[in-house]
Design a protein around this ligand. Structure first.
Ligand code: NDP
Length: 249
């Protein structure tokens, strides 16, 4: 059975969308939660709403020192980390590779790939020593497929899946797990900029004929962070209504 009583779960990108929904899900099952993202007002409101022990810190995950300090502070305040959900992500811009601004490319890599790497490096030693811990990264359909004019995002999401698989192998002998959850088209702020017609076109590509909700993603993320998934590691699990099972994505 999935439950989080006494577990400390740290979530990046917790101020909206998938991270917020996952915080709500695990807190309802008894977790102590640390919420990380940049928008302090959103984090403060969520922490108050959770009605469970919750702390938050406003941090740009691309700032390695600030991220490290936030993780250290999380441990000091709420104890060792049982579950680390590295979910903060940015889409970058759309441009052909030859015109893709190098600084935008570097920024996407810093948020989507380097931040998870630095967070894992900070947290994994204690998880290994405790012989306990679950790490989860958020990938994308772009972890598994190419996408034109989106080179930074696709490269970063392929790479973060690779990071999860490599960490899973290093951590497995120490009783620590690492997986990747792959959202399909999930209705969060990341998609909310799209016109209604474009959203409908996306939904039409999904075998289930609809987009997914942040809550549907959160249920799977919570499972992978929980002890119920104790024999699941090194996996990429899509929550996509069947998209990756088709020939057309
Ligand atoms: P949201 O835009 O709702 O959430 C993105 C989260 O990341 C926010 O909490 C944002 O917080 C945080 N974030 C972004 N940049 C930074 C940063 N530099 N430092 C700290 N936090 C940051 O979208 P989703 O919930 O959909 O996105 C969550 C993850 O899911 C991302 O990794 C995204 O790539 C992935 N994904 C989503 C898909 C979808 O269809 N929704 C599809 C495929 C992948 P803040 O702005 O407060 O810093």
């Amino acid at each position: 059975m999935m439950e989080f009583t006494g577990h400390h779960i740290v979530i990046t990108g917790a101020s909206s969308g998938i991270g917020e929904a996952t915080a709500e899900h695990v807190a309802a099952l008894g977790a102590r939660v640390t919420l990380l993202a940049r928008r302090a007002d959103r984090l403060e409101a969520l922490a108050a709403r959770l009605g469970a022990p919750a702390q938050w810190q406003a941090v740009d995950v691309a700032d390695e020192d600030a991220l490290g300090a936030a993780l250290d502070a999380a441990v000091a305040q709420a104890g060792p980390i049982d579950g680390l959900f590295l979910n903060a992500g940015t889409g970058g811009t759309f441009a052909p590779a030859e015109a893709y601004p190098p600084d935008a490319f570097a920024r996407v890599l810093a948020v989507n790939l380097l931040a998870p790497f630095h967070a894992v490096a900070r947290v994994l030693p204690v998880m290994k020593a405790r012989r306990r811990g679950a790490i989860l990264v958020t990938g994308s359909l772009a972890s598994e497929r190419g996408m034109a004019n989106n080179v930074a995002y696709v490269a970063s999401k392929h790479a973060v899946l690779g990071l999860a698989r490599a960490i899973a192998l290093e951590a497995a002998p120490f009783g620590v797990r690492c997986n990747c959850v792959v959202p399909g088209f999930i209705e969060t702020e990341m998609l909310s900029g799209l016109p209604h017609d474009a959203l409908q076109q996306l939904a039409a590509k999904v075998p289930q004929g609809r987009t997914g909700s942040a809550q549907e993603l959160a249920a799977v993320a919570a499972f992978l962070l929980s002890d119920a998934a104790s024999h699941v590691t090194g996996q990429s699990i899509a929550v996509d209504g069947g998209l990756l099972g088709t020939l057309t994505v």
